[in-house]
Design a protein around this ligand. Sequence first.
Ligand code: NAD
Length: 477
Amino acid sequence: MSDFLTNLASTGWGRTVTKQLGLPQPARLRRGRTLPQGPVVLGAAGGTPSLVRETLALLAVLPQDALVDTAATRVTETTEDGETRQVPAPYPAKIGALVIDATSATAIADLETVRGLLRPAMKAVETSGRVVVVGVEPETAGAPTAVATQQALEGIVRSVGKELRGGATANLVRVDLLTDEPTTPTDLASTLSFLLEGRSAYVAGQVLHVGHAAEGRVSEISSERPFEGQVVVVTGAGRGIGAGIAEVFARDGAMVVAVDVPAAGEGLSSVANKIGGTALQLDITAPDAGQRVAAHVAQRFGDAARIHTIVHNAGITRDKLLANTDEERWGSVLEVNLAAQIRINDVLLDASLPGGLDEGGRVVGVASTSGIAGNRGQTNYAASKAGVIGLVRAMGADERLARRGITVNAVAPGFIETEMTARVPLATREIGRRINSLQQGGRPVDVAETIAWFAQPATAAVTGRVLRVCGQSQLGA
Ligand code: NAD
């Protein structure tokens, strides 16, 4: 599923041609476990908070000499009317990322500090560079001005994301600091490393929440293979995004159980063979689908084996205007995309079931931007995907699951280059592809990396959340 314009714009003459024709110039995105090349600049607004500095120090992969700490070094600046003031030290002409700790920002004047830090970065940030702002949940910020200041960060980050070019992204992370269970550097580390690395290539203009995980639940993020020896089940793994998810989990050490309908058996076995996983031919709408998944896991890996992560990726579309949507079109989409996973979860969450979900396990759903904004001709699909979002919120708030260290989250992909989207008529496809800040469609691997980040043992402090993987698409916004 190649994108002609991205290929063209990555050559010297192609860039000239696309520029002269006024066409979008999508950049080739940095992907995988790669850090920005230039230095990572740390800034702070509203005092000298320590959370982000301590978190960056935990990221063993980030060479500490690549860190420019403007928060620690301030210089004196003389304003036009001759007054002097302390401002953050200037930073290099080319940078890999700017990370701003705005957790202490409580006043409108603190937003000026944010502007001062961001302004030089708009030109300095490299291709596929990063802007990450860390704030607190606005409603926990206290006085109305503090709440407004924290909410203002969202407007800033979403706008910056739309102004950055060359595949660079901006995202906002919200943490809990003023609550009984504040976010710690260990809670935040996996999210910050995900956002800096190429794994988050297609996550742009988003707001992520990181809370706090109970002692012992959150592990360090040093491993390149965080799922070593763990069983991960992926539904709809015979092709498309599901095949990409299976590949990423296998790369990261998991023993993958790839599930798909018997009709997709050929694709399914080729995916399973490629990644050294096992194939399970199963229609997830079967009433005993959960029991069959558990039985497969117990049979292949032994009675003591349990599932670390289940990814509910299988999904279908049966698009029609609502005026033409009959009971069958409605029911089949709701059944595959929503009802089946509720039934499977109920079975796998039985702690006594051999082959069920493990303590500290992960449930990850696949929603869609259609489920957030609705889409013409997709009432059934949007209902099912919005339902996934509701399910994740409800399960994420379930104390019984929290006590078992189980997190439940979902991704909401935008336009991803798959067989599903290749069937969309050319003109509609081009619009879907280009109307986002990165001017290109995402790849299955982009969705897969985000799901793997949710599932990592180190991401224990994120639950009940939905993250869009859409390049900051204006469709479904
Ligand atoms: P796809 O059609 O290429 O793959 C879906 C897979 O699910 C297929 O292999 C199919 O056989 C399998 N499947 C369908 N019904 C099943 C059932 N009853 N039991 C078991 N397996 C079943 O689709 P895709 O583009 O790879 O999408 C994967 C997921 O991502 C879906 O949930 C889809 O709604 C969602 N999504 C995709 C996009 C996109 O742009 N491609 C955007 C948003 C959301």
